[in-house]
Design a protein around this ligand. Structure first.
Ligand code: NAP
Length: 267
């Protein structure tokens, strides 16, 4: 059970692009950032019903918002997509690279590497292009900026099936550090949020199946799954001046899941 209603730092008037805001964690981030006073450019790919729902929720909270569609598998469309996003509010103060595909496949079942390549395109190459265009635009406009990358605990500790996904997220964390180093001089901060298990529409059925829930939650010292509200509140923190001295960091939010090593048993 979640104990408290999170308090949101002040992001009044901040112009923020969130990718993948049509469901799950991205929709939760949009809600948190709207509560904190942001103006939002909400990206989606295929889920029109989901993005309309996000739009309705954030605008009911009084946030200004605009929707933009783009399929990040088609990397050549990203520069034009970014330019459109930048123009909505005549600039952006923050970029949240949240959109991602959660590829679960044994490597021997993906011998052509097609799934691997798609995963790297959406989860790593797209954030690279978006971050680079964002940093360039901030530098040209002589303004500060903040980037939050939604990576995963799979970037740090993983298991079978996740060669593509884990590689994309470990790559995202590594790239984030380089970007923090390269762009600190321009007043641009870059950090990763690394979530553990957060039930979303896509995974509700599996994760709330009683035996599965017992197994997963039993492995978490915090005693519960993460929520999209947890992720939204942390994203608001990372985008705000409360974290102004923080750059180049991976903030793991997993209820303690990966803190426990698998040591051999001994009395
Ligand atoms: N939920 C978790 O437990 C968990 C844990 C660690 C990390 N994460 C990360 O959190 C992020 C969001 O995942 P989620 O769990 O909230 O899943 P989700 O509800 O499936 O959201 C995925 C989002 O990514 C967008 N997307 C997928 N393919 C895309 C493409 N080709 N081009 C552009 N956008 C695309 C989707 O857009 P459309 O639906 O509109 O097509 C959707 O908005 C991902 O980066 C994921 O790796 C999630």
């Amino acid at each position: 059970m979640q104990k408290t209603q999170a308090q949101f730092p002040d992001l009044k008037g901040k112009r923020i692009l969130i990718t993948g805001a049509s469901s799950g964690i991205g929709a939760g981030m949009a809600l948190a950032l709207a509560r904190a006073g942001s103006r939002l450019v909400l990206h989606y790919n295929r889920n029109e019903i989901g993005i309309e729902k996000t739009y309705q929720t954030v605008t009911e909270l009084g946030a200004e918002a605009q929707l933009l569609q783009c399929d990040f598998k088609n990397l050549t469309t990203i520069p034009a997509f970014f330019d459109q996003a930048w123009q909505v509010f005549e600039g952006l103060d923050g970029l949240v690279n949240n959109a991602g595909i959660i590829t679960k496949s044994l490597s021997l079942k993906d011998k052509t590497g097609q799934q691997f390549n798609n995963t790297i395109a959406v989860n790593l190459q797209a954030p690279y292009l978006l971050s680079t265009h964002f940093a360039d635009a901030c530098k040209t406009a002589q303004q500060e900026g903040v980037i939050v990358n939604n990576s995963s605990v799979h970037g740090q500790a993983t298991c079978e099936w996740f060669a593509a996904y884990a590689a994309s997220k470990a790559g995202l964390d590594a790239m984030m550090k380089v970007h923090a180093v390269e762009w600190g001089q321009y007043g641009i901060r870059v950090n990763s949020l690394a979530p553990g298990v957060v039930p979303v529409e896509r995974t509700f059925d599996v994760l709330y199946e009683p035996a599965m829930e017992k197994k997963w939650v039993g492995a978490m010292p915090a005693g519960r799954y993460g929520s999209v509200e947890d992720m939204g509140a942390t994203t608001a923190f990372l985008l705000s001046d409360v974290s102004e001295w923080m750059t180049g960091s991976v903030l793991t939010m997993d209820g303690g899941l990966i803190a426990r090593g698998h040591y051999p048993y001994r009395d």
